[in-house]
Design a protein around this ligand. Structure first.
Ligand SMILES: C[S@@+](CC[C@H](N)C(=O)[O-])C[C@H]1O[C@@H](n2cnc3c(N)ncnc32)[C@H](O)[C@@H]1O
Ligand code: SF4
Length: 448
């Protein structure tokens, strides 16, 4: 069997079931979920700002280039209306986390950013100790924008660095000097925003062991609290602009693995702790504490300390997560605007989850966050009599391959196994084609 023709990439399990399983979902169903939120429990808000000033050829995010600011201003107006509409149906007002993602939230003028934050504060009550985070494209940041973030209570940012090397930056159509990064960090520090994450990517065109070593060492010199080291996901059949990156310039699966191992070793020697699949955090960062305390979670943004049980998605293509299931806004700009102007919620897709889904989600989350899982004890907690006989042959094979080890009913990843976390997770994924051999799935994971 040629595995490449059947399935090209393994899921990253930022959710289970994954977004691939979403079907049509009615706005009425979504409204019933909002209405049944526990009024004593805080929720999290995710706000999607889809626009960017320029297209990066490696980009896998839902984004659209805005050639003029009018396009962004129109979106801000619709988003503010959506915030009001959602709040009308919501049975809780308390908010513990706000995350601005994109696209590039930094494309917003300071005035528009504050307008959105004011709309949130007018409709919800943000807890005093809430985390308010913004994803930053340093090329579109300014000191005025940082001041607006500080005034609005932003206390965490994630800066898109990707790679410091100019040759690699050219190959991905994202030129940004180190000076821009230095300025961004100075402004953030000067205005009291000290919790910083760097986004870096391995597996980009022209990257070599030597270039990765330089980029990681350069990043570590700034000592950000967190570093995300994503493996480049090259999916030109989904994102046509990735065709601008020549496959020949991409490091192969073996080189990617060696790059990740080298980058991890540098970060560990610099005092960072490894968190799950692709995150690193300083020992005193909340992510490291959450890992030690067993409260670490994984959501659509990656690893998080957010332990609210529900997440409300706002903006085009955003996804919310509730006890009952997932709700995704439309990804069509025209549908988004027409629904909002008609006073309707722009929900289009989603999934109601079953008890079995929730049980499987917990097993996968334990694996993704803590590198170990005990399927029997999770099933018992859910009152399910699942004996996991279907999963047994693949688990046994991975023990023989030195990827998993077993102690009583608990499985844990070995050092070798830490590079095959997503492949192991597929064993418990009821929607993943189980006829693909588990060793082939491990090979797929190395490729991206
Ligand atoms: C929404 S962007 C971050 C904010 C801002 N737009 C920027 O690029 O600086 C989210 C992050 O996803 C990562 N990313 C985007 N496309 C990716 C891909 N194809 N493979 C791996 N990581 C990717 C990048 O590290 C990027 O910083
Ligand atoms: S990586 Fe960030 S800045 Fe670049 S196109 Fe994607 S969302 Fe926009």
């Amino acid at each position: 069997m040629n595995i490449q023709t059947k399935i090209k990439r393994l899921p990253r399990y930022t959710s289970y079931p994954t977004a691939l399983e979403f079907k049509e979902l009615s706005a009425d169903k979504y409204i019933s979920w909002l209405a049944s939120l526990n009024s004593n429990e805080p929720v999290s808000l995710y706000i999607h700002i889809p626009h960017c000033s320029k297209l990066c050829w490696f980009c896998g995010c839902f984004m659209k280039v805005a050639n003029k600011y009018d396009i962004v201003a129109k979106y801000v107006d619709a988003l503010i209306q959506e915030i009001g509409l959602v709040a009308q149906h919501c049975s809780t007002q308390e908010v513990s986390h706000v995350h601005f993602g994109g696209g590039s939230p930094t494309i917003l003028t300071p005035e528009d950013f504050e307008k959105i934050m004011n709309a949130i504060r007018a409709n919800f009550a943000i807890n005093d100790d809430a985390e308010i985070a913004v994803e930053i494209d340093p090329r579109t940041l300014s000191e005025e924008k940082v001041k607006a973030y500080a005034r609005s209570g932003v206390n965490r940012v994630s800066i898109g660095i990707q790679d410091f090397d100019t040759k690699i930056q050219k190959a991905i159509n994202r030129i940004q000097s180190e000076e821009i990064i230095r300025d961004s960090i100075d402004w953030l520090n000067n205005h009291g925003i000290k919790r910083i994450n760097f986004d870096l990517i391995y597996g980009l065109p022209h990257q070599t062991l030597s270039s990765i070593k330089d980029t990681i060492s350069q990043a570590a010199r700034y000592k950000p609290d967190r570093i995300s080291l994503f493996g480049y996901a090259h999916v030109p059949w989904v994102k046509k602009h990735m065709q601008m990156i020549s496959t020949e310039d991409l490091p192969n699966a073996k080189s990617r693995l060696v790059m990740f191992k080298l980058a991890s070793a540098i970060l560990l020697s610099e005092g960072y702790k490894a968190i799950g699949l692709d995150h690193f955090a300083l020992p005193n960062d909340e992510l490291s504490n959450a890992k030690n305390k067993g409260t670490l979670k994984r959501n659509f943004q990656g690893y998080t300390t957010d332990n609210a049980t529900s997440l409300i998605g706002l903006g085009i293509s955003s996804i919310g997560s509730f006890i009952e299931g997932f709700a995704k806004n439309t990804s069509s700009f025209s549908n988004y605007y027409s629904k909002i102007s008609a006073g309707e919620l722009p929900i289009e897709h989603g999934l109601e989850v079953s008890a079995t889904d929730l049980m499987r989600r917990e097993i996968i989350s334990d694996l993704m966050c803590f590198s170990k899982f005990n399927p029997r004890s999770v099933a018992m907690r859910y009152g399910l009599s699942e004996n996991f006989s279907r999963e047994q042959p693949a688990l046994t094979k991975l023990i023989a391959e030195g990827i998993l080890k077993k102690n009583k009913d608990t499985y844990s990843l070995t050092k070798k196994g830490s590079h095959y976390r997503r492949a192991v997770a597929t064993i418990f994924d009821e929607y993943f084609p189980q006829d693909i051999d588990i060793v082939d799935r491990c090979i797929l994971e190395s490729a991206g």
